[in-house]
Design a protein around this ligand. Sequence first.
Ligand SMILES: Nc1nc2c(ncn2[C@@H]2O[C@H](COP(=O)(O)OP(=O)(O)OP(=O)(O)O)[C@@H](O)[C@H]2O)c(=O)[nH]1
Ligand SMILES: [Mg+2]
Length: 199
Amino acid sequence: MIIRTVEFDGSVVAPEQPLPGELPQIAFAGRSNVGKSSLVNRLLGRTRRAVARVSASPGKTQALNFYRVNGAFFLVDLPGSGYAKAPASAREQWRRLVRSYLAGSRLLKGVVYLVDSRHPPTVGDQEFVEYLAETGVRVLIVLTKVDKLKPSQRERGITGPTERRLGVSEDQIVESSARTGEGAAELLAAIEALLEDES
Ligand SMILES: Nc1nc2c(ncn2[C@@H]2O[C@H](COP(=O)(O)OP(=O)(O)OP(=O)(O)O)[C@@H](O)[C@H]2O)c(=O)[nH]1
Ligand SMILES: [Mg+2]
């Protein structure tokens, strides 16, 4: 896929708010700070001037942010789950917002769920991926920040715990680094396949 144009089309902050357009969507989900916004920027070729806001302090993305790509589909950057420092009421609000979107969007073609490659998936990750399976949406798992792994870890292979804990197969997992760009082409191709899938 060639990225020709990217436009930020706005944010959705409440479950009753309409989406910014009627286009197929691919959503990016995962714990706060896992690297969702960084990966969206990398995929869209925005490594020097970011479109999606990235921050060293977690909890930056608090809305569903819609990026229109090639005028043809949306990449949707979701707020991170499990950001412990946010007040419980705010966390519950984001959770409701994310779940009502995931369960309700007719045009959602797939969810890219991110897990930090340095740690095995958590119970929270497990619950979220189970929830996605219940909604019937197609799921890709991205193991992020592989540039931070030791060479020995990479040689041993890092997908095993993810396959076991999340109940996914190896061909659903992409190893990536927003820093080096590793995995970006593979992920874009997988996203293209989700968008073309008519089922
Ligand atoms: N080394 C390295 N750091 C990364 C990578 N991806 C993201 N980071 C860093 O991780 C931190 C969080 O990145 P974000 O992209 O803001 O994470 P997020 O998942 O969007 O976070 P929320 O919006 O809070 O949910 C930032 O300091 C990034 O620079 C990567 O591939 N490699
Ligand atoms: Mg973010």
